[in-house]
Design a protein around this ligand. Structure first.
Ligand code: WT7
Length: 653
């Protein structure tokens, strides 16, 4: 590690900025800096020019109806997203092009062309229709990373059903809550999958969740195979994918959807204990996924092999594993498992094996690669790569230069892309053939997007400085609302600075005009690029019979970016112990999912509170990060903190 960090320092000196080579610029989809001014001058026209490249059943009457905070884009237009992702490429004679090279963790592999994907999607869609699933019905997906997950998504899209993917690492309780919230009719699941050499039994989780979901009529089970079997005994609700899908005809006419019809619901954590069901639309969402994929990842459908490592359970997988790249007709790699199985060079082996040209991953992964050692990527020829991307959290400059040097051979531009589940597509990013990048900065708003920094009073911060990040113009892929919770939509995103979208991130602008997104300014933490709510974890802790009260904060973590730490007050008669801490950690995993498990549990007789009883998480963070304590003037009882500090330090390490 010592050697590496020294090298990194030297690299950081050498790579204060990175300008794309002439060679890259010449071939780039966007190479003229004028693109920004042109898009700004007529931003509605700019987005319409992208929408025009999609296949529409009926053209829109108006580009935008904007009654803040409610936008409608491409009003009156009709289209079907699956047509753009599949039929259009087959019709253009590109049916034989590979859509997905897929590799399972144990090494089993399949290759599916666009024509094969269309065939599969049509069969699944016909199968869903035979079950009585139709336009507007909700279908919950709980599946491993496999082409069948993409087929299930696009099949729903094709018949106008609203799909909702739940990440297969979420617990039965989380899955149940989501199914109940959307009143889904059907769950499509995988029976099991492989992760770091271990079997993840998904069907067992589904059985437990669905037992409390009266809206579910059936569960469609796709069998993963390759030794991945579920211990589920099966229920009368179950239907085999092979029995339902295989006999179906391979033709299914797409339903022409209104541009504003909901395409999917994806849950993300907010500041309360209840996750928000983010709703995206057909027309606007697809337009931005298509445009950003083409310009940010510089996709060349004839020659690129693009690999986004995100799971489809998150927004990145929706926009940049399914809709964006497929709408562009590019060839992708999809991988089921962990980056360090069987060895820490699995990703690099895959890049070489499939000739990956564009690679998109998360800072937390990059930091893990750094820790595992430079020798792992060095063992493989990664010269096929031409462009790298990063998403999910701020990328620290050390990770950025390591990525450039050890993965990108010092020559690949890096696009650090800022966006959110709610924005649907990338909002702040370099354009790789134009932007001179700076390690750690997401640089500029995508053409057509307007971002501002505001101070506490809502006054714009012009020039260098820091503030709250806002998006000050509507954009086609903005969330259309929260599933059945219109008030929370207005309150969460549009009330802090009226008329402007508030993503709850803080940011700064440097002397060059580049934006640096610094992190969340609400009670949401970012763990390995995934959003977690402090309140949700607190509720999970308090749900345990031994716990009277809990406060959760995100503390800086070397690999994960942030990690949850729980401060817990036990009920009378319960004694703190390591065993109980372990049990509480496990309990949070059971209630939410493994990713939410606290890194540490600190037992305390009291929590620092304001005189009105609000927990002062800011001070807890100072304690946990070993910092000097901030302003304590509103603290009701200052003795509480001294005790906590002692407790924390005595248990360190
Ligand atoms: C939050 C959104 C976007 C897909 C993955 C996460 C943080 C995301 C960056 C970046 C700095 C970033 C923000 C944002 N974030 N990308 N490039 N630089 N911060 O989606 O779960 O909706 O989380 O992730 O804090 O608000 P999400």
């Amino acid at each position: 590690m010592k050697e590496t960090s020294k090298t990194i320092e030297v690299l950081l000196q050498e790579h204060r900025s990175f300008t794309p080579s002439d060679e890259f610029r010449r071939q780039a989809n966007a190479s003229d800096p004028e693109i920004y001014a042109r898009a700004d001058a007529d931003w509605q026209g700019w987005w319409a020019s992208w929408a025009e490249q999609l296949t529409w059943e009926r053209k829109w009457d108006r580009v935008l109806d904007w009654k803040p905070p409610h936008a409608q884009w491409f009003v009156g237009g009709k289209l079907n997203a699956s047509v753009q992702c599949l039929d259009r490429h087959v019709a253009a004679g590109n049916g034989a092009r590979v859509a997905y090279h897929w590799e399972g963790e144990p090494g089993d592999a399949r290759t599916l062309t666009y024509a094969q994907m269309l065939d599969g999607v049509a069969r699944v869609a016909n199968g869903l229709k035979s079950l009585g699933i139709g336009q507007g019905d909700r279908v919950t997906l709980y599946m491993p990373m496999a082409p069948e997950l993409v087929m299930a998504v696009l099949a729903c899209t094709r018949i106008g059903a609203i799909f909702s993917v739940v990440f297969a690492g979420f617990s039965a309780t989380s899955l149940r809550d989501r199914i109940q919230d959307q009143e889904a009719k059907l769950v499509i699941c995988g029976d099991a999958c492989w992760r770091r050499g271990k079997l993840l039994d998904l069907k067992i989780v589904v059985d437990e969740a669905v037992a409390a979901c009266p809206s579910i009529e059936q569960v469609l089970v796709w069998r993963r195979g390759a030794g991945a079997e579920s211990a589920s005994a099966g229920t009368p609700r179950d239907l085999e994918w092979s029995a339902l899908v295989d006999p179906q005809p391979a033709l299914c006419a797409p339903v022409a959807m209104d541009a504003e019809d909901p395409l999917f619901i994806l849950y993300t954590s907010g500041t309360t204990g209840k996750p928000k069901g983010i709703v995206h639309s057909h027309g606007g969402y697809l337009t931005v996924a298509y445009a950003t994929s083409q310009l940010v990842f510089d996709l060349k459908p004839e020659s690129d092999v693009y690999w986004c490592t995100a799971d489809v359970g998150w927004i990145t997988g929706h926009s940049y594993v399914i809709f964006g790249p497929m709408a562009n007709g590019v060839t992708q790699l999809m991988y089921e498992g962990a980056p360090n199985h069987p060895q820490p060079d699995r990703f690099w082996e895959l890049i070489h094996k499939y000739g990956v040209t564009v690679f998109y991953t998360a800072p937390t992964a990059i930091r893990a690669f750094m820790k595992w050692g430079d020798e792992w990527p060095a063992k493989h020829d990664l010269s096929s790569l031409r462009l790298l991307g990063s998403v999910g959290e701020p990328i620290n400059p050390e990770a950025w230069v390591w990525y450039l040097h050890h993965i990108g051979g010092g020559k690949c531009p890096i696009v650090d892309t800022w966006w959110q589940t709610e924005t649907g597509g990338i909002m702040i990013t370099p354009l790789p053939g134009i932007t001179t990048t700076v390690p750690g900065s997401a640089t500029q708003p995508f053409p057509g997007i307007e971002a501002k920094l505001l101070d506490e009073q809502g006054k714009e911060v012009v020039g260098p400085g820091g503030g709250y990040l806002v998006l000050s113009r509507p954009w086609p892929s903005m969330l259309r609302g929260l599933w059945r919770d219109p008030e929370r939509y207005v309150q969460t995103y549009w009330s802090r600075f009226p008329g402007m979208y508030f993503p709850a991130d803080g940011a700064k602008r440097d002397q060059l005009g580049n934006l640096w997104v610094l992190g969340r300014v609400d009670d949401v933490m970012n763990v390995s690029g995934h959003r977690l709510s402090t309140m949700e974890i607190e509720s999970a802790l308090v749900d345990h019979h031994a716990v009277a009260e809990a406060a959760v904060i995100g503390v800086a973590h070397e690999l994960k970016g942030q990690a949850p730490v729980g401060f817990v007050i036990l009920r009378a008669g319960r004694e703190p112990s390591d065993a109980l801490a372990k049990e509480l950690t496990r309990h949070v995993g059971e209630v939410i999912g493994a990713l939410a498990r606290p890194e540490r549990i600190i037992f305390t007789p009291e929590l620092p509170k304001t005189r009105s009883g609000k927990i002062m998480r800011r001070l807890l963070r100072d304690v946990a990060e070993g910092k000097a304590l901030g302003d304590q003037t509103t603290l009701a009882d200052s003795g509480v903190l001294d005790g906590l500090k002692k407790e924390y330090e005595s248990r360190e390490g």
